[in-house]
Design a protein around this ligand. Sequence first.
Ligand code: HEC
Length: 193
Amino acid sequence: MDSFEFNKISAAVLSGILLIMVLSMASDVIYSKPTSDKLAYSVEVPETTAAAGAEAVKAPSLAELLQNADIGRGEKEFKKCVACHTSAKGEAHRMGPNLFDILGRKMASADGFGGYSTALKGEDREWSYDLMDQWLKAPKSVVSGTSMAFAGIRKPQSRANLIAYLRTQADTPKDLPAVEAAAEEVEEAPATE
Ligand code: HEC
């Protein structure tokens, strides 16, 4: 058979399949409507609440994301920072300060870095895991007057990977935050260092 004829046949077959799909979808709509209407009042509200609740439970905490973090990916993520930051011990400051041993350190306290904004210099907080996560998501949400021109990293796991990498850039990496989860879950995922 030539290719034109083949095309005609396959077109016919495809439209047949399409028609069946449309018909079956239409019949689903027609026949299922009465039942779903009836249930809408009693079931829909609890269902959405339950779904939202389940999602909230499912979204992993920063501590969990850090447990599962991929340091290698975090190092790649750090490429977004290297225009302005170094991270190894003793490396020079760039437009931003060297980030060696940044976790747990007081904000704006890198030795010999003169480029801090007055906003960051005025801070008295330390770089906790949580603060670092917020900072990497949106620096201005942590210190509104910061001069760090960085849009932020949207994906929570990408931020966790990067934080896990930054954590390794220290003589003694800080303890990871404890995962507050069901005991069984913790046992399933033993701490990997
Ligand atoms: C365009 C340059 C630029 C980029 C890109 C950038 N930073 Fe910064 N960063 C800065 C500057 C400038 C400061 C000082 C901000 C201030 O004083 O308000 C800073 C400050 C910081 C601080 C606070 C340091 C301290 O001593 O308190 C951290 C942490 C930080 N940056 C992490 C990162 C990470 C991680 C990335 C990559 C995701 C990144 N930055 C990307 C310029 C940059």
